[in-house]
Every structure is written in C-alpha cells, then in structure tokens.
Design a protein around this ligand. Structure first.
Ligand SMILES: [Zn+2]
Length: 147
C-alpha cells in the first residue's frame, strides 16, 4: 500500500526517507514521482557537499554538543556555535537574534514555503527543508542553554 496519506494504490516504489537512510517509503508510481520531484535538496551540490549536508542533518544532539567546542569567533554574543550561526543565516537573521525572533521568523518562512502552500514547487520544498533544519538546530541549542 502506498505510504502517501489517503492513497490506496499498491506501493511498489521504494524511496529513501532521508539521504543515506536504510528506511524507505513505499509509494505508488504517481506519488513516487511526486516525492522525487520535491526531493531536490541535494541538487547542485557536489557529492562531497551533499555528504556533508547529510551528515549535518543526521547529527544527534550529542553531535551538536561536540560541535559547539568550535566556538564562533565572529560577531554575536560569543555563545553561539558555528552550527547556530549557519542556521541563523539560513533564516536570514542577525547573529544576535533572540529566540522569540527566531521562532517568529521560522513560522513565517515555514508557512510561506510549506508544501501544502506551494504544491509542486521544488525550490520552496528545499527552502522549507532548510528552514526546518535551521530551526531544529537553534531550538535544541536553546533547550541546552536553558537546561
Ligand atoms: Zn499513492
């Protein structure tokens, strides 16, 4: 059965749930095509860059903690890691944006680029993914700080 919600076609087209993940969705032909069209996150990247991005995304909370050893030496309040600075950049925010601002901006960008709002728009799908990943980085950093 196709994994796409509400679809009752036979799901005989496997698609990776995330890069390098052994987990698979099983879609019908039509929904596999739709999934692949939206799956352009790695387009335009070299194999090396794509692997680096996949590694970033697969990073666990403890991985982020390790990464925070490499403190950011540039602008900002000096407490944000390189990962967080990159995430802020992805959200088009200044290095000293507070978490309320981050949350508001994330909501706005996620809403504007959501697949439901922009069906079939591959660029929006990629942007949506970037925004989600960036927010996840910033949220877990915020939680760590509050802990
Ligand atoms: Zn389907």
């Amino acid at each position: 059965m196709c994994d796409r919600h509400g679809c009752d076609q036979p799901g005989d087209c496997p698609a990776p749930k995330s890069p390098n993940s052994p987990e698979r969705w099983y879609f019908c032909t039509e929904h596999a095509g739709e999934y692949n069209r939206n799956w352009d996150y790695f387009q335009g990247l070299s194999a090396e860059e794509a692997a680096a991005r996949a590694a970033d995304e697969g990073r666990t909370a403890s991985g982020y903690q390790q990464a925070s050893h490499y403190g950011w030496g540039g602008p900002g309040d000096g407490t944000r890691s390189r990962d967080e600075m990159r995430a802020l950049e992805a959200l088009e925010l200044d290095s000293d944006a507070d978490f309320e601002t981050i949350k508001k901006t994330w909501r706005r960008l996620a809403k504007a680029n959501h697949p439901d709002a922009r069906p079939g728009d591959a660029a929006a799908a990629e942007r949506f993914r970037q925004v989600q990943t960036a927010y996840e980085v910033l949220r877990s950093a915020e939680e760590r700080r509050a802990a």
